[in-house]
Design a binder for this molecule. Sequence first.
Ligand SMILES: Nc1nc2c(c(=O)[nH]1)N[C@H]1C(S)=C(S)[C@@H](COP(=O)(O)OP(=O)(O)OC[C@H]3O[C@@H](n4cnc5c(=O)[nH]c(N)nc54)[C@H](O)[C@@H]3O)O[C@H]1N2
Ligand SMILES: Nc1nc2c(c(=O)[nH]1)N[C@H]1C(S)=C(S)[C@@H](COP(=O)(O)OP(=O)(O)OC[C@H]3O[C@@H](n4cnc5c(=O)[nH]c(N)nc54)[C@H](O)[C@@H]3O)O[C@H]1N2
Ligand SMILES: [Mo]
Length: 793
Amino acid sequence: MSTKNSPPGTLSPQLSRRHFLQASSALVALPFFTTPGHAASESVEPVAQEKGTERVVHTCSTFDCGGKCDIRAHVQDGVVTRISTRPDDALDPQMPVMRACVRGRGYRKFVYHPDRLKYPMKRVGKRGEGKFERISWDEATTLIADKLKSITAKYGPASRYMHVGTATSGGTFSGNAMAQRLLNMTGGYLASYHSVSMGNTAAATPYTYGIAASGNSLDTLLDTKLVILWGHNPTETIFGHTNHFFQQMKQNGTRFIIVDPRYSDTVSSLADQWIPLLPTTDNALMDAMMYVIITEKLHDEAFIRRHTLGFDEDSMPAGVPENESLVAYLTGAKDGVRKTPEWAERITHVPAQTIRQLARDYANTKPAALIQGWGPQRHNCGERTARGSTLLATITGNVGIKGGWAAGYGGCANRKFCVGPEMPDNPVKAQISVMNWMQAADDASKVTPQDGLKGAEKLESNIRLLFSLAGNYLTNQNPDLRQAARLLEDESKIEFIVASDLFMTPSAKYADLLLPETSFMERWNIGETWGTGSYLVLSEKLIEPEFERRSDYQWLREVAAKLGIEKEFSQGRDEKAWIEHIWEQTRLAMPDENLPDFATLQKTRQHLFKSEPYIAFEDNIRDPENHPFPTPSGKIEIFSQRLYDMHHPEIPALSHYVPAHEGPEDPLSEKYPLQMITWKGKNRANSTQYANPWLQEVQTQKLWINPQDAEKRGIRQGDEVRIHNDRGVSIVPAEVTPRIIPGVVAMQAGAWWQPDAQGVDRGGCANVLSSARITALAKGNSHQTMLVEVAKA
Ligand SMILES: Nc1nc2c(c(=O)[nH]1)N[C@H]1C(S)=C(S)[C@@H](COP(=O)(O)OP(=O)(O)OC[C@H]3O[C@@H](n4cnc5c(=O)[nH]c(N)nc54)[C@H](O)[C@@H]3O)O[C@H]1N2
Ligand SMILES: Nc1nc2c(c(=O)[nH]1)N[C@H]1C(S)=C(S)[C@@H](COP(=O)(O)OP(=O)(O)OC[C@H]3O[C@@H](n4cnc5c(=O)[nH]c(N)nc54)[C@H](O)[C@@H]3O)O[C@H]1N2
Ligand SMILES: [Mo]
């Protein structure tokens, strides 16, 4: 199967899908995922039922939340009157249960929101002020075509950039993909790499296994006795079919231990034990677990001897000095410090006895699955954390076996996706990390290969023209958003910014041209999953767009016409024709799937891809002679010579604990003594649906603070508190709760930035406080690592 052409290089599922498709094809022929003996779902129930004049249509959104829940839109006289979910009497035994979540149930209030953008608008005030005037579509598309021509003529195609915009990435077709197609047809653009979702994991785990670590299909875990969810919160973040399987496992008696600074909804719904720790100290906990495992001889000696490199001094590559092995590190042969549970207790705040027990439980329960989410790796030490869990899986022999988990990635690599729209090559070969965009807009000559530039020694131009489609990443979602805002406000830097959205978001305010996009209910698409799901759902156009809303593709087509390339660009297809075309191409690419024709898909609505149970690295473990790991040594590399040769203190060859910048050991903690983290909550997908009134009722934006920390500061339940550091200030009510470990505060990610006249955020947007520090190895983001102080406002 060919990989989908990815919209801007940073989009999480696209990156991960491309990455893992590459990963899996490097490994073995694509394996499949489903319950044993199961063929593709030929959903038998009629999914678009007529009830009087009401049609009940099985559909899904194309947001980036990882699961494509089964939502049923009740459509009457061109209006969606209600959203329900799969009725209990229509349960399909072949399709794992995906009942609509609270966000799905609330979609009507998103689509019919009175504040939705209605007309194309041009900026009239200063950039960022949010003052716009209505213009016609003809004016808007002429302006874009003219700017594309003039800016490209003046600065070259590498001055054009596409920003992160994930809200349509759950679909096979998007404005982002088509804008990329248009740019590639007209000279190219400066692409970016690195998924802000899980790019640190993707970059680090290949140093252990040769390719990015993947988990197994969840049907292989049904008999697993112990699952450790390490910074993973799938009760809220869904990740395909994860909850369907975890709930079944829970009923079957699987024990769940959850390592998270927060008592998350997953802890309350699944955990037998919650182990809170200080954020960024995960590697210290892992190191001490490994210390217990090896000193108590609980490691899998035979597995280690057969499959790994760098465990002890006898298994080191030639030429490396003494005491660089894992055992030497853990026992203090190198630095005189034994990595005991007592040592780790001081760093992590997890009691030594709990660490000992956790290590014993993990090593003595075979197989056991240590599944790490992406929260712990969205830190500036995230690369080490992601690789650290691969070492634990390795020394306990849990790699490549049924019921185990190679760790590092809360998902499975055997998923399938539709082929995307055809994408011509990008003639611009330079690529920046998604974290370099501010520098590239400010002074591109400063972006060097050491900072993350790839494919070129230097950039030919600053970013001068920027498309931000279906994203809130100009400000809101970008780390250290005030730095980004200051840069955007300087109109001598980026000359032209086009944004499309449904709402006047904090990023939309920074557009020069703001375009009102249709919602997923007003377009054709195919919704796809990531994480552990491998199915698709047709997302049908249910209603006509109101006012002058247009899909990104529609206006891009008009821009293409004004550039004289409409025919080439559109191939004469409207949106629905593209979906049909993509579907036909997908059918051809997957002959084994027996995919129905498009007319039939409109009746069946969904397709669960055929698959056998999948175990990552199974062949490499079963038959290492014929299936060496794609590492330089052909083995699982506990010690990585490639990392060693980087001679970088933040990239140790063993991925052990190193205190993080703005972690608990940073001297800055004297001034800002609280660590702050964010989490992805149930009532929105990132910032999407922020304005939905029903979802605002589900959860209000508050700061979680432990009673001990609150008491020290005289803070009571519900008090307004001022969260601050050198980057910004945010004021929200306090939620005084033991659900967060002392020393740490937490706020849900994705609330809209709402600066008052003094510049103080009143919306609870964590990115006024977060840092734009770039991770050492991946050149990636670290949204979660920040020190703050909190006071009564
Ligand atoms: N409902 C909902 N679902 C979503 C999204 C959403 O916004 N809302 N967003 C989607 C997207 S874009 C993505 S990328 C995925 C992301 O999914 P994740 O990255 O896995 O989600 P997070 O909530 O950021 O992090 C998971 C957990 O990690 C914990 N954590 C934070 N720091 C640390 C640490 O240092 N150590 C440990 N052990 N744990 C830590 C957090 O408290 C949280 O409970 O979710 C997707 N699904
Ligand atoms: N503090 C903190 N910040 C984070 C994270 C974190 O964990 N903590 N996580 C990061 C991660 S993993 C991610 S993926 C990014 C996500 O960041 P973004 O990609 O910016 O995603 P959203 O915030 O959901 O913004 C999407 C925007 O698209 C709009 N939209 C919805 N549907 C459509 C549509 O059909 N068409 C158009 N044109 N627009 C639409 C929505 O209204 C919304 O304003 O955030 C990152 N930022
Ligand atoms: Mo993400």
